[in-house]
Design a protein around this ligand. Sequence first.
Ligand SMILES: C[S@@+](CC[C@H](N)C(=O)[O-])C[C@H]1O[C@@H](n2cnc3c(N)ncnc32)[C@H](O)[C@@H]1O
Length: 183
Amino acid sequence: MNNWSFFREAIRNFRSTGAIARASPLLIKRLIESVPSRVPLTVIELGPGDGCITSALLGRLHSESSLTAFEINPAFVQRLGCLADPRLRVLPVGAELLTDHFSPGSVDFVVSSLPLSMIPQVTKEEIIRQAQVVLRPEGHFLQYQYALQDYGLLKDSFDKVSVGFTLANLPPAFVYSCSLGLV
Ligand SMILES: C[S@@+](CC[C@H](N)C(=O)[O-])C[C@H]1O[C@@H](n2cnc3c(N)ncnc32)[C@H](O)[C@@H]1O
């Protein structure tokens, strides 16, 4: 899928996609640069779309890591199936089902490009709550967003939240790194 195909899919499903362009390579770099590559990790991706962040994660992750992607758009799920990599599992279900698939404290990183501002408040609070449950005490929740609408929700949910910003995306984006601060 190229940028044009992503654009068409995004227009068809604007409420669930919440973007007209994929994340830029520089935004992806900022988002995942804190993910270690030398140790095996359990990583979840929420809202992978056509896989631009997924591919970058697979390029970075240790050979014994696992990456599980939660994606609700069937066209994107089909596209993700082309990323044949034994470390990748694609679940065609919503991010609000995280705890059905992972036990508490079992995940190192949750990397999300969910369009939080388009998701109903109750649903996004549930997604964040489940991310907290599945993360290890030293785990991290990484998210980008085009404005700071959900900074308050993330501040209330995690003990430590840092925010970065990159102009090198359409539109420019904020990058959150959140942790439970338990270690
Ligand atoms: C802004 S796009 C991100 C695409 C790509 N990861 C990127 O950053 O360019 C948001 C993605 O989240 C997916 N999505 C929206 N709500 C979701 C949910 N509740 N669970 C899983 N995926 C969801 C959409 O289908 C879409 O693929």
